[in-house]
Design a protein around this ligand. Structure first.
Ligand code: AMP
Ligand code: ZN
Length: 457
């Protein structure tokens, strides 16, 4: 069955064929580990998981790499401001290395909770400093670099095709560039190696041929993807925000040094927003997976919520949307449980689902085909077998779901009633104190209109 994806580089959906027979090499830009991932970040990793599972469904071996950005990602995309890791270290009181380890662990735990398949290789920027220095040396030897007071920069005007991925209007940029470009020759030039500030010792810094300092953010991905997957591999992905700067610059570096556009397909997951707000880690106001758990939802409800939208549409997060996802998912689990043992797969339904997934991961359409089957009068054993097969991509753990009968202790039941009374009487502080007490007894509570649900932690 033909497999097609939207390639941002070509701006069109085109047939996907692996470069090497039967093997797909994919690289996903990883998190900057100075804070928890927010649920927007996690949407991007879920999109990549659906991509990977669809490739597996098509019978390909997948070699998947995710990097960990634990140095060099500055507060501003214009290569100014502090390193997010050093900033996070000051804020948290942990040193930058502890901070990186702490948030890497937290990120990997989030992926596990969301049933996101782990990559074959995790690679940290700080473990690959010499590869990054070598890459910069290569660019230097080919005449693509220049030196400024604060670092070594990439000369983007030397590259004919610079900015193609993002369709950057280079002439338009040139006109408005004078103020923002600072010392740089051109606005789109970017740091390859930054020097440690004069008279300051950074927690993370290394010797280099140009002076003590640290790598720029973009060079880590060119250097590590080349090391693990080669100079030209199948798919490079990330969130849509990476198109104009980070991925544009990764391509520029690899094109200049190695003569390839780095990956055959460039795929981008669109943003999850909070109502009208763009969710960003640096703004500090964001929702984590833990927030969702604290409200009594299973993490897979969030997974199901995300599956309902195509990866190339922006979506808004809402608690109402999550409630709706919970209702549908619970129904699916309960029905699948009632259907009993699986029989024969219903081929026409599975083929329809497979066709949808192969059509640029049209998951909402695939889910519609699933629900059509659920409502049909097909034999339950066939429904079960078909759903289990589709669940290899959905990743909802259908096979292992069993109904939970939870015995809530009388003490907790009583506290919940007390809290409801306090809320009705607008005694908010008292209501909150009772909520904390219930929490200390191992239960979360969730208000749904007039109803309060009790969920074991
Ligand atoms: P970061 O940790 O900021 O480097 O981002 C990790 C991944 O999350 C990158 O692929 C980003 O493109 C992606 N990302 C950042 N914000 C969002 C968002 N609001 N929605 C979806 N993906 C996002
Ligand atoms: Zn990257």
């Amino acid at each position: 069955m033909e497999l097609k994806f939207f390639d941002t580089y070509d701006r069109r959906v085109r047939e996907f064929l692996p470069l090497e027979q039967n093997k797909v090499k994919m690289y996903a830009c990883g998190p900057t580990v100075y804070d928890y991932a927010h649920i927007g970040n996690l949407r991007t990793y879920l999109f990549e998981d659906i991509l990977k599972r669809t490739l597996l469904l098509n019978g390909y071996d997948v070699e998947h790499v995710i990097n960990i950005t634990d140095v060099g990602h500055l507060v501003s995309d214009g290569d100014d401001g502090e390193d997010k890791m050093e900033l996070g270290s000051k804020r948290s009181g942990m040193d930058a290395w502890e901070l990186a380890q702490f948030f890497t662990d937290a990120f990997q735990a989030d992926l596990r909770k969301l049933n996101i398949l782990p990559p074959d290789i995790w690679c940290k920027a700080t473990d690959h400093i010499s590869e990054q220095i070598d890459f910069v040396k290569e660019l230097e030897a080919k005449g693509f670099t220049y030196r400024l007071t604060d670092g070594i920069y990439f000369d983007s005007q030397k590259l004919k095709n610079y900015g193609h991925l993002a369709r950057l209007d280079i002439d338009g940029l040139q006109e408005g560039a004078r103020v923002e470009k600072g010392e740089r020759r051109f606005l789109t030039d970017f740091a390859l190696w930054k020097f440690s500030p004069e008279g300051e010792t950074r927690q993370m810094e290394w010797e280099s041929p140009w002076g003590k300092g640290f790598p720029g953010w973009h060079i880590e991905c060119s250097a590590m993807s080349a090391k693990f997957l080669g100079d030209y591999f199948d798919i490079h992905c990330g969130g849509e925000d990476h198109i104009p700067v980070h991925h544009t610059n990764e391509i520029a570096q690899t094109e200049a040094a190695r003569g390839t556009r780095l990956a055959n397909f460039w795929m981008h997951g669109y943003f999850l927003r909070l109502k009208d707000d763009k969710m960003s880690k640096s703004s500090g106001s964001f929702i984590t997976l833990q927030t969702i758990l604290d409200y009594g939802f299973d993490p897979l409800v969030y997974r199901y919520f995300l599956l309902g939208s195509h990866y190339r549409t922006q979506i808004s997060f809402s608690w109402e949307g999550l409630e709706a996802a919970q209702t549908s998912l619970s129904r699916l689990y309960e029905l699948a449980f009632e259907w009993g043992a699986p029989g024969e797969i219903h081929r026409p339904t599975l083929e329809a689902i497979h066709r949808d997934l192969n059509d640029d991961l049209a998951m909402p359409k695939a889910l519609a085909s699933l629900w059509q089957m659920v409502k049909s009068d097909l034999d339950p054993s066939q429904k079960k077998a078909t759903l289990l097969e589709f669940d290899k991509v959905l990743g909802l753990g259908i096979e292992h779901w069993t109904p939970q009968t939870v015995n809530i202790p009388a003490e907790v039941e009583k506290l919940v009633k007390d809290r409801s009374r306090a809320r009705k009487g607008k005694q908010w502080q008292k209501a909150d104190e009772i909520r904390d007490k219930i929490s200390s007894l191992g239960y979360n509570i969730k208000d749904e209109g007039d109803l309060t649900k009790i969920v074991p932690k």
